[in-house]
Design a protein. Sequence first.
Lengths: 207, 207
Amino acid sequence: MNQSDELERRAGVALWLQIKEQLQSQILSGTIRPGTRLPPEPDLADQFGVNRHTVRRAIRALSDDGLVRAEQGRGTFVQEHGIDYLIGARTRFSENITRAHRDPRAELLASRDAPPDEVVAIGLGMAKSDLCLVMETRHFADGAPLSIATNYFPRSRFPDLEHHFLEHHSITAALRAVGIADYLRHVSRITARMPDEREAGHLRQAI
Amino acid sequence: MNQSDELERRAGVALWLQIKEQLQSQILSGTIRPGTRLPPEPDLADQFGVNRHTVRRAIRALSDDGLVRAEQGRGTFVQEHGIDYLIGARTRFSENITRAHRDPRAELLASRDAPPDEVVAIGLGMAKSDLCLVMETRHFADGAPLSIATNYFPRSRFPDLEHHFLEHHSITAALRAVGIADYLRHVSRITARMPDEREAGHLRQAI
DNA sequence: GTCCGCTAATAGTCTAGACGTATTTGGCGT
DNA sequence: ACGCCAAATACGTCTAGACTATTAGCGGAC
């Protein structure tokens, strides 16, 4: 299928840019679906009738724009936007992100000790006089902020959970580090509302 | 000056990354000053003992990070950044500029003796009949004008502050010369407005 | 004195090829 | 059936060289 994708040589527009734009329009129009693999670089080079390096230059530009994601040894994939976030008893943020072939990471926005409010106290089976470790966390996929969360833990049971979290950048990994290999959701309650100003800032979102 | 900048080959770290990091640390430490031109790509390639393409890969990474700016036909320049001007009780113009690895200097635009207006009189605890030394100064970073200021001092306490200022090109140094080793800000009030014609001229600014 | 054009310097693009590294696949042996 | 190992596949890095595009500076023609 050589030369089906015509490029103009010495037209004042770099070949790699023309290639990038052709691929980009195919991606944006959905001709190449999110999650699918692009043809290997040597094939593309053959298709466009250029050197592999020229194709690589185009792919790097697409990658910089976040349209594709190149994985060494596997291929180059059209980036999915929007992640199907499956919620079950064993839901883990990292697993959901990893399933979408993206890189999960979390950071600690703030942590403090505070008495639990009624909902938390009942949920965790704590006395209201016991202290809670409250961690506010922000979660990223491929460096883009995706969610913020407020996590409550009985302080007496987790004396250094924050340190483990800071080290592993994951709640699941931090819990594993303190001996909790697995845990289940007891209830999941979902509501929706607009972010307030502080939350929007954390999510780099316009209000 | 070949090989003065040692790279580790096949150390698991790409050569271009090592080059990027060396250049980056020189830029961030101020060894290569903002606004100056980097050596041409062929020279850098020779210096690092690599191919020009490898240097280009490093420069592109720096460019992506906004640390340099490559201009075809002219060269690659270290990007000038605005200066973070920290204001605290012990703020000094020179320190703020020095922290940004730039060269502070101040000059005297005008000086005169005048009675203080009400705000100044109260601020300095002077009688309205006492005289103030009023110094209008202009401050530079690396030769570029950055700010103009009007400074008020009780004349009785500083009989020749102007001369010391002219000698040291710094308010802090002039005060030190008359025995004031340290001083604190009592209040800082910040407002913003457009410059008038005279001010714009001093700052070499278009209105 | 001004303008034009030539030349040198410098970054940008493209090709060609070799080798490195990560991942997947499939066959072979136990 | 399972696991291990080798080959195939795919992206990543590095080198070498040629050509292009843009800019700055200089010198000559007018």
